[in-house]
Every structure is written in structure tokens, then in C-alpha cells.
Design a binder for this molecule. Sequence first.
Ligand code: DX5
Ligand code: ZN
Length: 228
Amino acid sequence: MIQLSPSILSADFSNLLEEIREVERAGAHLLHIDVMDGHFVPNISIGPLILESLRNKLTIPLDVHLMIENPDQYIEKFSTDNTKIITVHSEACLHLNRTIQAIKMLGHKAGISLNPATPIHTLDYVWNDIDVVLIMSVNPGFGGQSFIKDMLGKISDVKNEIDARGLNIDIEVDGGIKLDNVREVIEAGANVIVAGSALFGSEDVYGNTIRFLEAMKKPLRQIKDNKR
Ligand code: DX5
Ligand code: ZN
């Protein structure tokens, strides 16, 4: 199943709970939480305290994206009853296998994220242990950046690798996904789509999410025909 995971990074933080309820009401499948530490990426965002105060008010499963150094130190803090996926960056993990096991021990799906320039072969010896590959299609740190086109090839490479190994691993893609390129991303092989500014960028968060979910279902050909 193809799932939508709205990233709250571009939400109005003074109205966060209401905006999350809009994407939830529209039928989003997961909620993408971008955690930034000002070291691994040049920005600081959400921490465990915000998660803690939101979690009892939400039913949508959480998809936690840790863009932080020393993730092992903080994994437990992001492990809640609502947490479905915890993703760490391969570039931030000295002992990747140990970190994956720690996430799984807490009962969550273990995700590994790759920055745009990181080769997929980094995963050669952990393919059997992971549940999600999160392909960054922008350099992490900020919402609202443009999709890096070369990542379409990387998504297909990851898909081919997973299929060749006969594994069941989600391919999540994060960064610069909009109404006009979401189908391309899906057709390259992604099954979990992260979208931030495309959903939270304007007033109508509910409508944006509905339109996005619709676009995710349309064949690419149909979208191109509509543009003519
Ligand atoms: C970037 C984050 C993304 C980002 C997505 O570092 O990991 O989740 O917020 O936002 P858009 O969809 O605006 O690129
Ligand atoms: Zn993210």
C-alpha cells in the first residue's frame, strides 16, 4: 500500500495540533516528525517534549526521522505507544547494526536514511535487518527545497535491490515532493511519501492533503495529459 506521511516541519507551530488533525482527518497514514539537532544538520527543530505532549491527543502512527548525531542516545525518548517507525541516518551511525537492533528491541520498524550523495551499498550488510529505507531527495535540514532529480534513479536502484533479495522493505522518499512529481516518485518505486510544504504551506491543510492523496493514485500519463 502507498502511504502518505505529512512532515510537520512546515506546519504552523502555533497551531500544531489543529493542523495535524487536518491531515489526520483527510486520511494521511503516518505523521512524519523531523528531529534536527543543529549538528548533523544545520537546523534545530522538534524534540521529545513536543512529541510527549502531542501523542495522547493523536491516533495517527508516528514516523520519526532522526537527523541527529549519536542517535542511540535518544532512540528511547522517541519510543512511544504511537511510534511506528524510527529512522536514523546511516551517516550518523558508527555502529549501524547495533542501532537497528536497539530500535527493533523497542518494538518499532527500523528505518535507515541515506543522504542524497550516500551510496545504497552502505546497506549491503544490513538489508536483512531493516524495515524501511528513507531516501533523502533533498539535503536534510530544511523544508521547501527542490527535489533532486537524480534521486529517481536511486529510488529504482533501491527497489531493484530489495526485489532481487526478495525482501519486504518500505521505500520512503523525503524532500521536495509536490503534486506534480509525486507520481514519478511512486513509479520509481517509493511506497511511503513524505510531504511537508506541499501540505502545510498554505491555509487549506485538509484540502491540500485530499488533493495529494488523489494525485498519489493517478497514473503519471493522466497527470501529463491534464497539463496539455
Ligand atoms: C528535510 C526533512 C523533510 C522536509 C520535507 O530535512 O527531512 O521531511 O521537511 O519537506 P518538503 O516536503 O517541504 O521538502
Ligand atoms: Zn524528514
